[in-house]
Write a protein that binds this ligand. Structure first.
Ligand SMILES: [Zn+2]
Length: 247
């Protein structure tokens, strides 16, 4: 297949249902994958990747949702410890809906620390999961906690010799994530209802407002990729070229 041009490969990829449209994608290995979806707060992985997470777990893959903090600052007028407990319970419920495992990185909402010590700690946390695929937030998101976890993931990826597939995702596009030009799409039409339930598990976080925005994004990404709803990703140009649940 050496003579097959990149353009031809991309055209063929575009013909596969549910496939990555803009870049050739090697099908994921038949073995069980270990996937880590990181997020600055409880809810970010679910909003940005909930349909994709459901596709992974339906295929029998292992998915951990790694939250940088417990969202302690997320309800005005309530003590951080109480809010953290509420939002931890919401995250656990969302993970149950998506059949994923919750993990918490131990930072404090709104006070993420990105320094050598925290790079090392986060690297150990990621390495312990032995991930095949990791999803990170977009490095120029509006929220500082999103940028922090993106930087922590990126440093772990470099320290692990770029050994896992690295994808970026979007949340509240236009308001939080900006200048996001997807390279890959995952059809989530059949998982949209379950994603909605997982997002609404974060009942303290105005789901009527924020899920409505995210659903608009999923429908727009669906228009772009030829599906009813889709989630969109940017794969790092030096990432291994596999990992999305296209089966
Ligand atoms: Zn967030």
């Amino acid at each position: 297949m050496r003579n097959l041009s990149r353009r031809r490969i991309m055209e063929q990829a575009a013909l596969l249902p549910g496939s990555a449209l803009l870049a050739a994608e090697t099908p994921p290995p038949a073995r069980k994958l270990h996937v880590v979806v990181t997020g600055g707060h409880p809810g970010d992985p679910e909003y940005g990747c909930g349909g994709t997470i459901a596709r992974y777990t339906d295929l029998g893959h292992d998915v951990a949702l790694l939250y940088l903090n417990r969202g302690e600052g997320g309800i005005q007028g309530k003590p951080p410890a109480e809010v953290g407990a509420i939002r931890t319970a919401e995250a656990i419920q969302a993970c149950e809906i998506l059949k994923a495992r919750p993990l918490f990185a131990g930072h404090t909402d709104g006070h993420s620390v990105v320094d050598q010590q925290h790079y090392a700690e986060f690297h150990q946390l990621i390495a312990a999961q032995k991930p095949d695929v990791v999803f990170a937030q977009w490095p120029i998101d509006g929220h500082a906690d999103h940028r922090a976890i993106s930087s922590l993931v990126y440093e772990a990826w470099l320290r692990m010799k770029k050994s896992f597939a690295l994808y970026y995702y979007e949340v509240t596009t236009g308001e939080d994530t900006l200048q996001f030009a997807p390279t890959h799409y995952v059809d989530i039409s059949a998982q949209a209802a379950r994603k909605r339930t997982a997002c609404y598990a974060h009942a303290s976080q105005l789901p009527d407002k924020f899920f409505a925005i995210q659903e608009q994004v999923a429908k727009f990404r669906g228009v772009e990729s030829g599906h009813t709803q889709a989630e969109a990703f940017v794969r790092h140009v030096q990432s291994p070229d596999f990992g999305l649940p296209l089966g």
